[in-house]
Design a protein around this ligand. Structure first.
Ligand SMILES: C[S@@+](CC[C@H](N)C(=O)[O-])C[C@H]1O[C@@H](n2cnc3c(N)ncnc32)[C@H](O)[C@@H]1O
Length: 405
């Protein structure tokens, strides 16, 4: 299945599925996805859309008003509509007049009044209740009933429910809907994820939706990995790095770090990894910059690079990309480098570097873990050290050093 054949809604839906897989703890994602799915049809069927919405509402929480509202919205014939509306009002007010009216209505012969008339009567009745008896919600109910646009109707129902229950989940749902009413393309959708779900990373993992190399991605976007990279970007920004324009990211994996670095203001980045399956993902994750010629992912062994002439970063497999000089050299996978000293010796003195390693000895591929920050500092002698620190994560500790070699 190719991405470009999908509609923006379908794409967004797939993306959410991906997000859900990667961040199962953020249950709002599954709710938003569910919502999206209900809106995904190119030709939106009003009933289906609203029906799905109510299902979503039920899944979210057992709000007692939901079945009444649902009935009110879906009921087709006049008397039934009034019955349902009265039930809603009964529920909301405990006013005995509504119960009495319901009883009366049950005795009415529905065939004698046509539905249109009934609807008018109902609206008048509600408006009168609102004015005479201060049942302000009646105006909102009218507005819900009369709304023809399913998106806006849902939005109004959410507003109604939120006012009623003041529930945080409803607030989130409301927010998502406010957004969905206005989205027309993928871009604002991601902006929405970015702003409202507050995980910056959401904007970066569109690639998950393709379903390829899912395990690789789940690992690359695991909390520990993401935190470690955000830590790197954050510590780097604390140093006076305004002169840093480009970076060479070694063992760059799927290109997450470059993406974050671009966001932090870097202009040009090359990522190098000898696993060829990483390249296509890294290019997609950094598509914008790739298209602008500011990013490249190269398949190469970092031992094969000529660090003295890094400006000509030739690769066997890729066309060369030229950097005038490398402002910053990054390797966050030092735990993966067996002959570490041999590799480190290749880096010219005076080169600004950021290096990360960890003490996660249990992974087979970790052939160069260190026990402590002190050990990592010893492994990475520097002319001038700008930063060194440890970040405790769930299963291990990440170590980082920054400085001029
Ligand atoms: C599991 S990942 C990265 C883990 C690390 N904590 C990080 O996120 O930066 C390690 C990556 O290093 C790459 N790698 C290991 N040795 C390499 C080498 N000699 N040259 C290029 N890439 C290498 C692997 O292909 C893999 O994609």
């Amino acid at each position: 299945m190719s991405m470009h054949k999908l509609s923006p809604y379908q794409r967004a839906s797939c993306i959410l599925l991906g997000l859900e897989t990667v961040h199962p703890e953020h249950d709002v994602i599954s709710k938003v996805r569910f919502t999206m799915e209900s809106l995904s049809a190119e030709t939106i069927q009003r009933d289906k859309c609203v029906e799905d919405f109510f299902n979503l509402l039920k899944v979210t929480k057992d709000y007692p008003i939901t079945p009444f509202l649902e009935k009110m919205v879906f009921t087709k014939t006049g008397p039934d509509l009034l019955q349902a509306t009265l039930k809603v009002m009964d529920y909301l007010t405990y006013d005995p007049s509504f119960k009495n009216l319901q009883l009366l209505l049950g005795q009415l012969d529905s065939t004698v009044i046509d539905d249109e008339k009934f609807e008018k009567l109902l609206i008048n009745f509600l408006m009168k209740k609102s004015e005479d008896e201060g049942f302000g919600f009646c105006t909102e109910l009218v507005s819900v009933l009369l709304e023809k646009n399913p998106f806006i109707q849902i939005k109004k129902i959410l507003e109604f429910c939120h006012d009623l229950y003041q529930d945080d989940q409803l607030r989130l749902l409301k927010k998502s809907y406010e957004h969905f009413v206005t989205i027309g393309s993928e871009a604002p959708f991601f902006a929405f994820l970015y702003q409202h779900l507050t995980l910056r990373i959401f904007n970066d993992i569109k690639v998950v939706l393709l379903g390829e190399q899912k395990n690789l991605l789940v690992d690359a976007f695991s909390k520990g990995q993401v935190k470690s990279k955000l830590w790197l970007v954050s510590e780097l920004s604390k140093l006076n790095n305004s002169g840093l324009k480009n970076a060479l990211v070694l063992c760059g994996w799927v290109g997450l770090l470059p993406h974050l670095l671009f966001k932090a203001g870097f202009q040009e980045i090359i990522s190098v990894d000898f696993d060829e399956s990483c390249q296509s993902i890294a290019l997609r994750l950094n598509k914008l910059e790739t298209d602008m010629g500011r990013f490249n992912a190269v398949t190469e062994d970092i031992f094969n690079l000529n660090y003295k002439q890094l400006r000509l970063l030739q690769s066997q497999h890729d066309s060369a990309q030229i950097m005038d000089c490398v402002d910053l050299l990054i390797n966050t996978s030092c735990e993966h480098i067996e002959a570490f000293d041999e590799w480190y010796a290749k880096i010219p003195e005076g080169q600004l570097v950021v290096l990360q390693s960890n003490d996660f000895f249990d992974c087979d591929q970790h052939v160069n873990c260190v026990n402590s920050l002190a050990d990592f500092r010893e492994q990475t002698p520097m002319g001038e050290r700008l930063f060194s620190g440890a970040l405790p994560l769930e299963n291990y500790t990440r170590f980082m050093v920054i400085g001029y070699k």
